[in-house]
Design a binder for this molecule. Structure first.
Ligand code: ATP
Ligand code: MG
Length: 355
C-alpha cells in the first residue's frame, strides 16, 4: 500500500489516520508550518481542508505529483467558481450572484428578495463569513468585502440533508444514505441517518447530483454535498471535496466509515457501497469541556479531538447507533442531563427524526 500524507492536521486528518490503521496504511497529517517531509515517489497526498496558506509544507505537498484532485480544491474553495460549476451542470442550487460594488444592492434585492444571504467566497466555515442583509442594515456589511462575496437568495427550506459519496479513479461512485442535519447559527449541531425514513426519490436525486459533479471533476475520494430540502426537490447549498462533519456517524453506523472510504478510493482498493443496517445519530460537541460522564451512556461512542476548549469550536462528537430507534432515543435522553442547555433542542430534534 502507498503511504498517505494529508494537508492539514485537524480532527479530519486524525480520523483519516485512525481509519487507515486497521488496513496497515500509513497516514501522516501535516500542519501547515511543519517542516516538509521527504516524500517517496509513490506518496499519495490528500487534504482535510479546501484551502491553505502558502508555506514550504503546503507548497511541497500540493505540488507533488502524488497530490490527488489538485484542480478541484481551488475550484470548490471559492464559492463563486463552485456555484459556476453547479450551474454549468444545470443542477439546482440556491439562486446567487456576485457582489462587486455597493451599487449592486438594488438589483440584488429586486432579483433575490428583501433579505439576502451574503457569503465570503473563500475562507468561511461553520457559518462564519456570512451576513443576512436587507435594505436597512447594508451599512453593517464591511466595505472591504465587496468583490470577495457572493449573494444568495434566502431559502425557506423545510430541512437540510447531506450526501456523502466516493468516486474511484475508474469512475465508480458509491454513496451513503442521506444524512438529516440540524444547523444552528450556521454550525452543524446534530446529524441523523435513518435510511428507512429517507425518501428514495430524494436519495436518487442526490446521488445523481453528486455523481455528476464528481464525474465532471474526475474526482477521486470522498466528497460531501449539503442540500436544502424543498418539498420533493433538493437545492445544493455547498460542496466539500473531503470527508465531512455530517458523515461522522459512518464511524459507528456503516460497514466502512467515510474516512476508510476515502483512503480506499485513494489506494484503488475495492469500493463496495457501504452497508448501513441501523439508524445512527451524531451529536457535535461545540465549545463544551470534556465530561467523562458521557461515557456512562452505553451507546455513546465519544470522539474527543483533544483541542483547546473555545466557544463555538468543534471539540468532539458522540456517535450512537442501534437497530431499535427507541433504544437510540433512550440513549439521547440519558445524554440530556449531561449536556448544557444549548444541546437540548438538538437532542430533541434527533429523537424526532427517529420516531
Ligand atoms: P460549513 O460549516 O458547512 O462549511 P459554512 O459556514 O460553509 O458551513 P453554509 O453551509 O453555506 O456555510 O451555511 C451554513 C448554514 O447557514 C446552512 O447549513 C444553512 O442552515 C444556513 N444557510 C446557508 N445559506 C442559506 C440560504 N441561502 N438560505 C437559507 N439558509 C442558509
Ligand atoms: Mg455548510
Amino acid at each position: 500500500m502507498k503511504p498517505v500524507w494529508v494537508l492539514g492536521n485537524g480532527q479530519l486528518g486524525n480520523m483519516l489516520q485512525q481509519a487507515a490503521a486497521p488496513l496497515a496504511i500509513s497516514v501522516t497529517p501535516c500542519g501547515f508550518d511543519d517542516t516538509p517531509p521527504q516524500l517517496p515517489d509513490n506518496a499519495v497526498i490528500s487534504a482535510e481542508i479546501e484551502q491553505w496558506p502558502d508555506t514550504p509544507l503546503t507548497r511541497a505537498l500540493s505540488q507533488h505529483p502524488g497530490f490527488v484532485n489538485p484542480h478541484t480544491f481551488p475550484r470548490l474553495a471559492d464559492r463563486q467558481t463552485q456555484k459556476q460549476l453547479i450551474d454549468s451542470l444545470q443542477l439546482a442550487t440556491s439562486p446567487w450572484q456576485a457582489l462587486d460594488t455597493p451599487h449592486d444592492w438594488p438589483a440584488l434585492f429586486a432579483r433575490l428578495g428583501d433579505t439576502v444571504m451574503v457569503k465570503r467566497r473563500t475562507g468561511g466555515y461553520d457559518g462564519r463569513g456570512q451576513w443576512r442583509i436587507h435594505a436597512q442594515n447594508i451599512d453593517t456589511f464591511p466595505t472591504e468585502m465587496y468583490g470577495a462575496c457572493i449573494v444568495e437568495q434566502m431559502i425557506p427550506f423545510e430541512s437540510e440533508v447531506s450526501l456523502v459519496g466516493a468516486r474511484s479513479r475508474d469512475g465508480q461512485c458509491v454513496f451513503y444514505p442521506l444524512t438529516h442535519n440540524l444547523h444552528q447559527d450556521g454550525i452543524l449541531r446534530a446529524s441523523v441517518a435513518h435510511p428507512e425514513h429517507t425518501s428514495a426519490h430524494l436519495q436518487r436525486q442526490a446521488e445523481q447530483m453528486l455523481g455528476s459533479l464528481m464525474h465532471a471533476l474526475e474526482y477521486v475520494g470522498v466528497m460531501a454535498m449539503e442540500c436544502f430540502v424543498l418539498g420533493d426537490q433538493l437545492l445544493i447549498n455547498e460542496l466539500a471535496p473531503r470527508v465531512h462533519n455530517s458523515g461522522h456517524w459512518t464511524q459507528a453506523g456503516a460497514s466502512a466509515s467515510q474516512f476508510e472510504l476515502h483512503i480506499r478510493a485513494l489506494q484503488d482498493l475495492p469500493l463496495p457501497t457501504p452497508v448501513v443496517s441501523a439508524p445512527a445519530v451524531m451529536i457535535n460537541l461545540i465549545g463544551t469541556a470534556l465530561n467523562t460522564d458521557w461515557l456512562s451512556v452505553p451507546l455513546a461512542r465519544l470522539h474527543w479531538y483533544g483541542k483547546e476548549v473555545r466557544a463555538g469550536r468543534k471539540l468532539g462528537h458522540i456517535n450512537l447507533t442501534h437497530p431499535e430507534p427507541q433504544q437510540l432515543c433512550a440513549a439521547l435522553q440519558a445524554l440530556q442531563p449531561l449536556l448544557p442547555e444549548e444541546y437540548q433542542s438538538g437532542l430533541a430534534w434527533a429523537q424526532q427524526q427517529l420516531r
